[in-house]
Write a protein that binds this ligand. Structure first.
Ligand SMILES: [Zn+2]
Length: 259
């Protein structure tokens, strides 16, 4: 069974490195520098690059890694990915070379138009590399998609088994949970989680990955159909909202300006 290691990059990104034996695959290497330093230090050979979407802080390191290691690059079919060798869409299954890692692809548009996620159902517990779609306690901004697309994408991730560990690409958790608490001040699981994640940050430990069960219980963007969440969104918007997609849209706008 491979081990999944966070490699911090830029100010708050995580590049996920999946290692087993002498081999490693990387997910969303926005910067080659810290990946190459880790490979060198640990004596590992890179065997694959896995990308979720086209943003520079996710693919910016592809070229420099490919200059050192001629490896396959897995990425979304509908986006421009540097060096891509395997163009993927929902339902595709890949066996990543190197570490034992079998992944299934989900289309999760919204943050970008072609964003994909990868689910490793054979890992124990199962894993999901979710890029900038689902964050711990939150979700990505809608740069290229609609609220309807994003809420459907998040719904797919929320439907994964509760013990699935979601590996997102940023350490945004505490800010996300503070917003969540403004939406749902009466959610006891959320208060407990905020304290738990704050304790991790106080020790300098990542709050990611998080379990899908925790996200369902505390992430407002997965809870637009919960009456308390819908009521909070209506109060914020000052009008009646038709359905969970409208609630989601209001939450996303609210979060954009929340401090
Ligand atoms: Zn992004």
């Amino acid at each position: 069974m491979p081990t999944i290691i966070p490699i911090p990059a830029f100010t708050d990104n995580y590049i996920w490195l999946v290692r087993e034996g002498a081999f490693a695959a990387v997910v969303d290497p926005g910067d080659a520098g810290p990946v190459l330093a880790y490979l060198e230090r640990e004596g590992l050979t890179l065997t694959a690059i896995v990308n979720t979407h086209h943003h520079g802080d996710h693919v910016g390191g592809n070229a420099a890694l490919l200059a050192r290691f001629a490896v396959p690059v897995y990425g979304p079919a509908r986006e421009t990915i540097p060096g891509r060798t395997h163009a993927l869409a929902e339902g595709d299954e890949i066996a990543v070379p190197g570490p034992e890692l079998a992944l299934r692809v989900l289309d999760v548009p919204g943050h970008t138009a072609g964003h994909i996620a990868y689910v490793g159902a054979s890992q124990q517990p199962p894993v999901a590399f979710v890029g900038d779609t689902l964050f711990a306690g939150g979700c990505g901004r809608l740069f290229e998609g609609t609220p309807a697309q994003m809420s459907a994408s998040l719904g797919k991730l929320a439907a994964l088994p509760g013990d699935t560990l979601a590996y997102c690409a940023h350490e945004y958790t505490l800010a996300n949970l503070r917003f969540a608490l403004a939406v749902e001040p009466g959610n006891a699981a959320l208060r407990e989680r905020l304290a738990r994640e704050q304790a991790k940050r106080d020790r300098g430990v990542p709050t990611v990955p998080s379990s899908i069960a925790d996200e369902r219980a505390t992430n407002p963007f997965l809870r637009a159909d919960i009456p308390a969440v819908a009521a909070a969104a209506e109060t914020h918007a000052g009008r009646k909202l038709r359905d969970a997609v409208e609630t989601f849209a209001v939450l996303r706008e609210w979060k954009n300006t929340f401090r």
